[in-house]
Write a protein that binds this ligand. Structure first.
Ligand SMILES: [Mg+2]
Length: 297
C-alpha cells in the first residue's frame, strides 16, 4: 500500500537489495528531477556528481543499469556520460545500448508533425504576446514546450494549453503534461511503462527498481506493479518528491525519498552494499539475498 510519507534511505536500500537479489536485475532511473536537479532551462541541468559516480559503480554489480528519460536518448546519454549505459529516451520511443540505437516506428512517423506543431505553437505564443520564457524543445520523436521561466507561468500555461491541444489535433499527436511542461507525442501509447515492460521480457529480468519524479514516470511505476502482481518480477517503484511533485507520484510509488540529493545517497549506499556483497562471495559467485535479507549463494 502506498503511504504519503518519506522512507529512510537505509530502508529503501534494503528493499532495493531484496529486489535486485532476483537476477538478472535492473536498476532504472529517470534523469530530470531524479538524478539531476530541475534547472530553469533543460540545457542547464546537470547530473548530480555523486549520483553519476554511483551509477558507474552500479554498472559493475547490477546486470542492467539504465536511464529512462523524456529527453532524446542521445541527449540523455550525453548528460549521464557513462559508457555503454542503457538509455531509453523520448518516453520509450527510442533506445540506445552498446553503441546501437533503435527508434519506434510510431516515433519516426511523427517527426514531421512534431516539428510542424512546435512551429505552430511558437507562432501562436508570439501572437498571444507570451514573449520570452517559453522554450520549445524539438526532440524529433517528441516535442516539449517548457513554461517554467515564463513571466507568469500560470497565464502561460492557460494560453499554451489551448495552442498545444489545437496543434496536436491538427498533426495527429497527443499531449501529456509534466512539471511546467507540455509534451507532444505520437498517438500510439508508447511510454516509460511500455518500454520497461518490453525490457523485462527481452532481458528476462527478475528484479527491477525504477526511480522517477513526474507524471510520465508513473507509467513506469504502474508497469512495475502489474509485472509484480503477475509474479513476473520483484519490483520497487521509488518516487523522488519535491515541493511541486504531482499527487499521482505520491499515490503510485511504493516508497518516496526527498529530492535529488536523496537519490544520490540512495545510489551511493546501494553501490557500497552491492560491492560488499560481491566481495564476500567473489566476482563469479551467484550471490543472492532472500526475502529475510540473509545472504545465500
Ligand atoms: Mg523527471
Amino acid at each position: 500500500m502506498s503511504q504519503a510519507g518519506l522512507t529512510e534511505i537505509d530502508k529503501v536500500v534494503d528493499r532495493c537489495l531484496e529486489v535486485l537479489s532476483f537476477r538478472p536485475g535492473a536498476l532504472l532511473s529517470d534523469i530530470d528531477g531524479t538524478i539531476s536537479e530541475i534547472a530553469a532551462t533543460p540545457g542547464e541541468a546537470t547530473v548530480h556528481r555523486v549520483a553519476r559516480q554511483a551509477l558507474v559503480r552500479l554498472t559493475k554489480v547490477v546486470e542492467v543499469v539504465g536511464i529512462v528519460t523524456g529527453r532524446a536518448a542521445v541527449a540523455g546519454e550525453g548528460m549521464v556520460a557513462i559508457p555503454d549505459i542503457l538509455c531509453i529516451g523520448n518516453h520509450g520511443l527510442e533506445r540506445r545500448r552498446a553503441g546501437t540505437g533503435w527508434e519506434h516506428p510510431a516515433g519516426v512517423a511523427a517527426v514531421t508533425g512534431i516539428a510542424a506543431a512546435l512551429d505552430a505553437i511558437s507562432a501562436g505564443a508570439d501572437r498571444a504576446g507570451l514573449g520570452e520564457g517559453i522554450i520549445f524543445e524539438n526532440k524529433r520523436l517528441t516535442g516539449t514546450v517548457h513554461y517554467r521561466v515564463a513571466a507568469d507561468p500560470e497565464v502561460a500555461k492557460a494560453t499554451l494549453a489551448r495552442l498545444v491541444h489545437a496543434a496536436a489535433e491538427r498533426h495527429g499527436l497527443r499531449v501529456t503534461e509534466g512539471r511546467f511542461i507540455f509534451e507532444l507525442r505520437p498517438m500510439a501509447i508508447i511510454n516509460k511503462g511500455t518500454a520497461i515492460r518490453d525490457l523485462i521480457v527481452e532481458d528476462g529480468l527478475r528484479g527491477v527498481v525504477f526511480i522517477g519524479d513526474d507524471v510520465t514516470d508513473v507509467d513506469g511505476f504502474e508497469a512495475l506493479r502489474a509485472a509484480r502482481q503477475s509474479g513476473q518480477v520483484a519490483a520497487l517503484a521509488i518516487g523522488v518528491v519535491a515541493a511541486e511533485t504531482p499527487r499521482v507520484v505520491y499515490e503510485q510509488s511504493d516508497v518516496r525519498i526527498d529530492g535529488v540529493s536523496a537519490t544520490a545517497s540512495l545510489l551511493g549506499t546501494l553501490a557500497d552494499r552491492l560491492e560488499a556483497l560481491r566481495r564476500e562471495v567473489g566476482e563469479d559467485g551467484d550471490i543472492a539475498i532472500n526475502r529475510d535479507g540473509d545472504e545465500r549463494t
